[in-house]
Design a protein. Structure first.
Length: 364
């Protein structure tokens, strides 16, 4: 049996008493003090996550911009250095290989951040499609550690505790800086709906930064449990739930990141047709009228007819409602319409609502 990988911070999680569980091929901390406490720390103060399981790939060379545009749905043509783009890599049928971030480091020099559970598949996909392009693909996942410092106090904590200036960074921008004798990347990004930053550094320096944050008492260690509740409340997708090789970005309501007016990209024909004519399914929010908790895979009904399934569901921590994201037949996806969710053997009434259950607080 294949053993799970461990990040450079694994021993520190164990020492802090974290509950460890497999995620994306890694043994990762799910919670320390508890999901609710950690969730609220990020919403109100500052939390820090180990996200070293994420993958990193550099693409550079004369055709790098052209090649990244070929495999990526967003348009990075003439992007300014220091800008970050969210988007997807698609199969020819429009399904998602993965969703990812593309950092523009320099002319024909791009840094891609990919999901942990998809690293091998993504790298293979990139390598398969680079024929005919003059590019170098460098897989750097084993070099980088990554921490996410998130919450309304994150800027002050990074500047005062780590001594890394970051106040000037706008949302979805980054810079490379010299810190402790090496070049690190710091970006104003995150996956929580709060202001926050992500820092990419060597394993040794990542451990040092983590220790400084823990010793300061100004940042709470947070596990992947609350990372999921935080992203869910603000309607951010998770690959494997709201996105998959069977779900297109148009169905997942991510059309804003799919630039069908650019010359070409893999999967363009299918998603352009869906964007122009409508997709067969649509991701919606559902609020239950009860305290029951909907979970991934539960059936959604209109009357007696099954019209789709729950992709993620929780009893929302920030707004105290039972809510779900669900992928349903588009003809039933009308705001305010009544639907039902089957939870085990019982059926619970709900209403279609907006996909964001909590207002984002980004610093633009």
């Amino acid at each position: 049996m294949e053993t799970n990988k461990r990040t450079c911070l694994y021993d520190k999680h164990v020492a802090l008493g974290a509950l460890i569980s497999p995620f994306g091929g890694f043994d990762m901390p799910i919670q320390y003090s508890g999901i609710v406490e950690e969730h609220n720390a990020v919403r109100q103060h500052c939390g820090v996550f180990d996200v070293s399981h994420m993958g990193e790939v550099t693409i550079k060379g004369p055709d790098a911009e052209k090649f990244v545009n070929h495999i990526f749905t967003n348009d990075i043509t003439d992007a300014p250095n220091g800008k970050i783009y969210y988007g997807l890599m698609l199969y020819p049928n429009g399904g998602a290989v993965d969703d990812l971030l593309v950092y523009k480091r320099g002319e024909n020099d791009f840094f891609l951040v990919i999901n942990a559970g998809n690293i091998d598949k993504d790298v293979e996909w990139i390598m398969q499609n680079k024929e005919g392009y003059d590019v170098e693909v460098i897989h750097e996942s084993n070099y980088y550690g990554e921490i996410a410092v998130q919450g309304p106090e994150s800027e002050a904590v990074i500047e005062s505790v780590l001594g890394i200036p970051c106040a000037e960074l706008a949302f979805y921008t980054f810079k490379q800086v010299e810190h402790e004798g090496e070049t690190i990347i710091i970006s104003r990004t995150g996956y929580t709906g709060e202001d926050g930053f992500e820092i990419y550094a060597s394993h040794d320096l990542t451990c040092k930064l983590w220790d400084q944050l823990m010793d300061s008492g100004k940042a709470v260690p947070c596990g992947l449990g609350c990372r999921d509740t935080l992203r869910f409340e603000v309607g951010l997708p998770l690959y494997g739930d709201e996105l998959s090789e069977e779900i297109t970005p148009i169905e997942a309501c991510l059309g804003i990141f799919v630039k069908t007016d650019k010359e070409e990209f893999i999967g363009k024909d299918v998603v352009k047709k869906q964007k122009d004519e409508g997709a067969p399914r649509k991701l919606v929010g559902i609020e239950l009228h009860d305290k029951a908790i909907p979970r991934h895979g539960y059936e959604v009904l209109s009357g007696e007819e099954v019209i789709g399934h729950v992709t993620t569901g929780y009893r929302c921590i920030s707004v105290e409602k039972s809510v779900a994201l669900a992928l349903i037949d588009s003809k039933y996806a009308n705001m305010g319409d009544p639907v039902k969710i089957k939870i085990r053997k019982k059926v619970f009434d709900g209403t279609i609502v907006a996909r964001k259950f909590y207002k984002k607080s980004y610093k633009k």
